[in-house]
Each structure stands twice: as structure tokens, then as C-alpha cells.
Design a protein around this ligand. Structure first.
Ligand code: ATP
Ligand code: MG
Length: 431
């Protein structure tokens, strides 16, 4: 079968041999149910990695006994951040076991030298056999374990090839048991195949406590670390980094990096204020609309969900009177960050409209708001935070849903323009 009958995607099926899996969890019989009130409250202890952006996505630091998956495209910087974290923790007197199944010790040393890693409390262990790794952990009793990567580890208990679903699931189960019984934090890195998460980290998502996902174009320097699942903290939190020769450098103030100047002057660009976790920051949505030379116009979206873009374009055509059905439309969020919240709708609309009409959004304008199917503007959450961030970055005019404006207190230094329908937004475009 080329097409998956469940999700409708093509070429996503992978062969998995049926093998008898030994379940790594073996609970002793004597465990009894405990009355809720009798459960002792122990505070989760967190160790700060001293990489602020990493601690933020972890929910405040590395939690004892947690199993964390760090996923991302090949070459995005998973090993780099793990080594940097290992070094910082070693400086705090922790013993780190770094299992390197993919790279030799020398390769790791070359990277480490570049990052300024020193010291002997990080043990590099170039091993791929699960049983050996397990033995090493129990004899060394490290304070933290890093498995780079989970796909490279295999067990001879399982009959299928390294990297297969059964192998990954089995190894992850073993590491889960190690983390829970020894209270040692275990980090697993996992790469994503070209076509998505097949046969890889996706199947681990429900097993692990925390899933961090590394985003960013490997060609550019910006990297975004996102918590998509966290049993010990909030999700949606992001950490922003720049990949440098000396490793990943934190960017504490992302607004300045995704938006240059205060926008404007070129058609096809619009700035919005987005909320990721606990932070608001500005991003620039860019668009290029050009006459198509195909029978089916192309729709390309980078950083914005493709379905979302299609819906927006349909609404645009029907409700704002801008015709794009015979044009190719490209939308890109500058800097390689992905934005998924509805508040970005208005900026996406403005970018496309601005390019289609060849009329720029004026300087200093930020567009925030969700667009409904009838072309109406719907209020979004945290409007005050977004406006204050826009003001801080030198933007003074905010286009926002009328319903938001009505419930806002007066904010000094900004000019608010409340909109109830899409058409009203077009009046701001420069002629
Ligand atoms: N000398 C250098 N200067 C700046 N950046 C570098 C340098 N060498 C490597 N890099 C960056 O480091 C990245 C590789 O990082 P790393 O090996 O941590 O990625 P990874 O996610 O572990 O990859 P893989 O999936 O192959 O394990 C490169 O893509 C590049 O961006
Ligand atoms: Mg790596």
C-alpha cells in the first residue's frame, strides 16, 4: 500500500517485523494502591543547566528522573546543545555519561574543543549496544545520561534492525526504567527523517516525559527549541538560539532578531506580535504574489500551516475583493520560526494583500488578529502584552480586532486601530 488508510499520507508506511518484545517494565507484585492523601509530597528537584533558554523550555531546569527527548532535523544542533548542557552540568560537579552512538569520541572532542568544553567529569562512551550502556550506567551511576541518538542504540533481545520502531521503543522503555528507578535524568536525541517523524521519535512522544523539538533552517543561524510536551512544566515555551562557531548562543530578546527596523516600505511584508509560552515577540510575515504560469496556482507556505494559508486565501478572495485565484502565493515567516497561533492571521492577510496590490504596509504598523470564515476579525488573547512588546520595539500603530480594542485600557505611546471586517484593514496600505 502506498497510501496510509488512516492518515491519508503517501509513502509513510514502514515495515515492522512482528517480534516478541520483552516488556522492560517489571513491577514487583507487592505494589499496593495508595490512598491519595497518603502520597508523600516531594518537590521535584530541578538542576539549572545555566543555559537560560534551555531551562526555560524544560520548565525551569533539568528534573531528576525525567526522560527527555530532543528531536530535530539532521544537523540542526542536537548534539551541540547536549554537549553544551553536559559541560555546564559538569561544572556544577555532576558526572555526565554521554553515550555517542553516532559519532566517535574524537569527533565529539573536535566539536567540544570548538565549544570550549573541558574537564574529565564528562565521560564519552561510543557504544551502541543497549545492554552495555545499561551495564555502564549501573556501574558508573552518573548524575545525568545523554543518549545521542536513540536511533543508533540497539538491543540483541529484539530481532529487528537498528533504528526500527521495535528497537527504538524497546530501548526507550529501558531508559525510562533507568530514569524512574535511579532518579537520573536521561536525555535522548532523535532525528527526524526527511518525510517527517516516521519510524522515529513520534512513537516515543507518549513514552517520554518531555519532548523538545529543534526548529530552524540548517542553512541559517537561528534555532528555536520548542517544548511540545512537558510533564514537568508548561508547553509552548520556546528557547531561541543562534548557531555560532562557538556553539549555540542564547538570544534572550527574540523580537530584535526576527524583525529588522520597524518594517514597512516594501510590499509583501507585515509585522505581528506573537506569544510563545510566556513571551511575546515580533515576527515578520513575508509574501510574494505573482501571476501563475500553471493551470493550478502554487501555494507555498514556510513557517505557517499550509491548510491555514489555503483557508485564509479563500476568505480573502471571497470577503476582501482581492483576486488571487490565478496567482502563485508564497508566504514565509522570516527567520525560520514556525508560528501556529491564530493571532498571526491578520499579518498573513496583510502581507499577501500588500504584495497582490503592490502597496506596502506603512512603517511602524503591527497587525494582530484572528480572521473568521466570514472575513470578520476575532479577538485574541494577551493583547496588552502584545501591544507593549510592539511599543518596546518601536512600533506605534496597532491594527487589532475591534472587540479587543474595546476591552483594553489606554496604553500610552501607541495608536490603536480597531477593525471588525477585513476590508477595513486594506485602507491602511500605502498607495
Ligand atoms: N565550525 C562551525 N561553525 C559554526 N557552526 C558550525 C560549525 N561546525 C558545525 N556547525 C553547526 O553545527 C551543526 C551540526 O550540529 P550538530 O552536530 O549538533 O547537529 P545534530 O542535530 O546533532 O546533527 P545529527 O542529526 O547529524 O546528529 C551544523 O549544521 C552547523 O550548523
Ligand atoms: Mg548529532
Amino acid at each position: 500500500m502506498g497510501k496510509c488508510p488512516q492518515c491519508g499520507q503517501w509513502n509513510t508506511l514502514v515495515e515492522e517485523l512482528l517480534v516478541e518484545e520483552k516488556i522492560p517494565f517489571q513491577h514487583p507484585r507487592e505494589i499496593q494502591p495508595i490512598p491519595y492523601d497518603a502520597i508523600e509530597n516531594i518537590d521535584v528537584s530541578r538542576i539549572k543547566s545555566s543555559i537560560g533558554e534551555l531551562d526555560r523550555v524544560l520548565g525551569g531546569g533539568v528534573v531528576d528522573g525525567s526522560l527527555v527527548l530532543v528531536g530535530g532535523d539532521p544537523g540542526v544542533g542536537k548534539s551541540t546543545i547536549m554537549l553544551q548542557m553536559a559541560y555546564n552540568l559538569s561544572l556544577k560537579g555532576m558526572n555526565v555519561l554521554y553515550v555517542s552512538g553516532e559519532e566517535s569520541a574524537l569527533q565529539l572532542k573536535i566539536r567540544g574543543d570548538r565549544l570550549g568544553v573541558k574537564g574529565s567529569s564528562i565521560l564519552i562512551y561510543p557504544e551502541v549496544m543497549l545492554e552495555h550502556v545499561k551495564e555502564q550506567i549501573s556501574s558508573m551511576q552518573p548524575d545525568i545520561v545523554i543518549i545521542d541518538s536513540i536511533q543508533s542504540i540497539f538491543s540483541h533481545q529484539i530481532d529487528s534492525s537498528p533504528g526500527s520502531v521495535s528497537q527504538i521503543r524497546y530501548s526507550a522503555g529501558v531508559f525510562m526504567e533507568i530514569a524512574k528507578t535511579t532518579h537520573t535524568p536521561v536525555f535522548l536525541t532523535g532525528h527526524v527523517t526527511k518525510d517527517g517523524w516516521i519510524a522515529g521519535p513520534k512513537i516515543l512522544e507518549h513514552m517520554v516525559d518531555t519532548v523538545l523539538y529543534f526548529e530552524g533552517h540548517t542553512t541559517g543561524a537561528l534555532r528555536v527549541l520548542r517544548a511540545v510536551k512537558n510533564r514537568f512544566g508548561p508547553t509552548g515555551e520556546i528557547g531561541v538560539f543562534e548557531m555560532k562557531d562557538s556553539g549555540l548562543e542564547e538570544i534572550e530578546d527574540p523580537s530584535g532578531i526576527f524583525v529588522h527596523g520597524n518594517g514597512g516600505d516594501i510590499p509583501g511584508s507585515s509585522v505581528t506580535a506573537t506569544i510563545e509560552g510566556s513571551r511575546a515577540f515580533l515576527v515578520e510575515v513575508q509574501s510574494l504574489v505573482s501571476k501563475t504560469s500553471f493551470s493550478m496556482p502554487k501555494r507555498i507556505s514556510i513557517g505557517i500551516d499550509a491548510t491555514k494559508l489555503s483557508v485564509l486565501l479563500a476568505v480573502m478572495e471571497k470577503r476582501s475583493g482581492i483576486f488571487i485565484s490565478s496567482s502563485d502565493v508564497v508566504v514565509n515567516v522570516a527567520g525560520g520560526i514556525k508560528v501556529s497561533e491564530p493571532a498571526v492571521d491578520l499579518a498573513t492577510f496583510m502581507a499577501v494583500a500588500s504584495s497582490a496590490l503592490e502597496r506596502p504596509v506603512p512603517k511602524g504598523v503591527v497587525c494582530i488578529g484572528e480572521i473568521g470564515l466570514n472575513g470578520e476579525l476575532r479577538p485574541v488573547t494577551n493583547m496588552e502584552t502584545r501591544i507593549k512588546e510592539s511599543r518596546r520595539m518601536g512600533f506605534s500603530q496597532i491594527m487589532l480586532p475591534k472587540a479587543n480594542q474595546d476591552s483594553l485600557p489606554r496604553i500610552k505611546g501607541v495608536n490603536l486601530k480597531g477593525l471588525s471586517a477585513l476590508r477595513e484593514a486594506l485602507s491602511i496600505l500605502e498607495s
